[in-house]
Design a protein around this ligand. Structure first.
Ligand SMILES: Cc1ncc(COP(=O)(O)O)c(C=O)c1O
Length: 439
């Protein structure tokens, strides 16, 4: 059987299903009532769920879809086990471009602009370096509080291509302000690199508006979609975004260390080159020519042999998001966040926590961050004593991830109540202040 047919998933649809109550009435309902009204309630059954655990870290590592268990099992047994190396001619070779296009649909890319490969950090290096050749003279502008690995990639890229990096410092709330980005663009930025959703605070930047501002100043713009892909819709092609990268292990539920993606707008694709020449990005890998000639299109950004099993897990995760639709996912994400903030204001702010995420859902991605001087130990106690799993970001922040396909309104309530209990009982004091290797 054809590889595509063998592992074909149901076709996706999009469009909000709509809730039969207005937001104003929403917060007066109980979480049980909200769950009963949730158009995405069935999606939870598509994931492995241990009901004794409240998982609030889908913004870091998404849950395991049941389809992924079946698919990766079949991929290992049938394809690797029986088809062996024939698998490369039976679907594997095309997988990075095909899964890339499926991710591309979720970010509004045109087919042929998106590739599933490598890690986000590596992909960012590749596209900044590639677009650097098209950019005018001037600095690379980055957010001073961007995800550090993005900054490291930019630092190594800047030193290789002889550009300066100019940092935009955050405003009083701890996130990058739109006006500061516009100022940096108008001051002569050559390339600006921004996170669609800030990994600490969840602040969502207006991609369309900032892309237009960059282009009107002759500046190229690159977006890191790690914390928005699968949770917040975007239309990268229509908005003319020059390039983008992102993770697949968060809201796409691709699994630990699953390959990331990159997008390059079609108008640039034939003009740019990948800074690292690899055989699978070459025109004809099996010609074994000693001198590199790039493949055409986005495939040129492939370098070495892709991690096929992991990529099939990405495909299953992406299919689930496509099946339920990003409009419905975004709608629920906003409502989960609104409920979380509403309950946190009532239960946690009086207990010494403060909100570090935007109040308005239109300005927020799909996690909410709260700060407390003892945040690390509170987070440890939540995990160890309450089976509630958020994560901690230094120096004082707990992030609560709200992943609409499987997070329920009741879980939001349980997470807030557990946090209140941990603070009241002071049980967190029994935990060390020393950070674990992974927080
Ligand atoms: C915003 C952002 N960018 C980049 C990365 C790094 O991704 P990778 O480990 O795939 O390089 C992360 C990881 O969580 C992230 O949150």
């Amino acid at each position: 059987m054809e590889y595509r047919q063998r592992f074909a998933g149901p076709r996706g649809r999009d469009g909000a299903l709509g809730y039969p109550v207005r937001v104003a009435d929403w917060l007066r309902m109980t979480p049980e009532e909200l769950d009963a009204l949730d158009p995405l309630v069935a999606a939870r059954a598509d994931f492995m769920v241990d009901e004794s655990v409240v998982y609030m870290d889908g913004n870091s590592l998404g849950r395991l879809p049941k389809a992924t268990v079946r698919r990766t099992g079949a991929e290992v047994e049938e394809m690797w086990g029986r088809r062996l190396v024939r698998g490369w001619n039976e679907g594997w070779y095309e997988l990075p471009v095909e899964v890339g296009d499926q991710i591309g649909e979720l970010i509004g890319a045109t087919p042929g602009e998106t590739l599933c490969c490598d890690s986000t950090t590596v992909n960012l290096y590749k596209i900044v370096s590639a677009l650097g050749a098209l950019a005018k003279g001037g600095p690379i502008v980055a957010e001073g509080r961007a995800f550090p690995s993005d900054l490291y990639a930019l630092q190594s890229c800047a030193s290789a291509c002889g550009r300066q990096i100019q940092y935009i410092e955050p405003g009083p709330h701890g996130w990058t302000q739109t006006g500061a980005v516009v100022d940096a663009i108008q001051d002569g930025a050559a390339i600006v690199v921004l996170s669609h959703v800030d990994f600490r605070t969840g602040r969502l930047l207006p991609m369309n508006e900032l892309t237009a501002a960059a282009h009107s100043a002759g500046c190229l713009i690159i977006w890191d979609l790690s914390h928005s892909v699968g949770a917040v819709p975007s239309r990268v092609s229509e908005w003319g975004v020059d390039a983008a990268v992102g993770c697949t292990y968060k809201y796409l539920n691709g699994g630990p260390g699953s390959p990331a993606f990159l997008y390059v707008n079609a108008r640039h694709l034939e003009k740019v080159q990948c800074p690292l020449f690899g055989w699978l990005g070459s025109r004809d890998p099996f010609a074994f020519e000693p001198t590199y000639e790039p493949a055409s299109g986005v495939r040129k950004f492939l370098v070495g042999t892709p991690p096929i099993i992991s990529m099939t897990a990405v495909e299953e995760g992406v299919r689930l998001v496509a099946r339920y639709g990003l409009s419905a996912i975004r709608e629920k994400s906003e409502r989960l966040g609104d409920l979380f903030i509403h309950l946190a204001r009532r239960e946690l702010v009086p207990r010494g926590m403060s909100l570090r995420s935007p109040e308005q859902s239109a300005d927020r991605g799909s996690h909410v961050s709260l700060a407390h001087p003892d945040a690390y130990r509170i987070c440890r106690a939540l995990i160890e004593e309450e089976s509630v799993i958020p994560d901690f970001r230094t120096p004082d922040m707990i992030r609560y991830g709200l992943s609409p396909l499987y997070t329920s309104y009741c879980e939001v309530q349980r997470a807030v109540e557990a946090t209140a209990r941990v603070i009241d009982s002071r049980v967190f004091e029994k935990f060390e202040r020393d950070f674990a290797a992974v927080t």
